[in-house]
Write a protein that binds this ligand. Sequence first.
Ligand code: HEC
Length: 104
Amino acid sequence: MVTVDNSYIHRGLLPATSYYYIVRAVNGYGKSEASRQVTTTLADGSLIYASNCARCHGALALPTVTNAGISQVDGALQSVGAMSNITLTDAQIGTVASALSDNN
Ligand code: HEC
């Protein structure tokens, strides 16, 4: 079994942008070979908003939530019962928050 005891959350990523990652393990005996490269592209926050938020908060052009940053969106997802079945990754929450703030 493989356990991960050292994770890294890459915050502040831009939507619709590709990011490439290569990792290496390091311990007291030295460094591993580099992993193969993996890539990820974040969906545009406006698309995530449209499919997850617009039905309650209205179109992104005129949302009922304004200037909601990452911590407000995150807090609302955890505390507002109506939003409790929405599951977004930290990265997706970031792109939604930036789509909301681009707009206001
Ligand atoms: C099922 C309906 C529903 C959906 C879907 C939903 N929300 Fe909400 N949201 C609410 C309700 C109800 C509240 C609490 C009342 C209010 O502040 O309007 C709330 C509150 C919030 C707040 C807090 C507003 C404040 O006053 O601080 C934020 C931020 C927010 N939502 C963002 C989002 C985002 C972003 C999404 C999509 C990822 C989303 N919501 C999806 C119903 C929803």
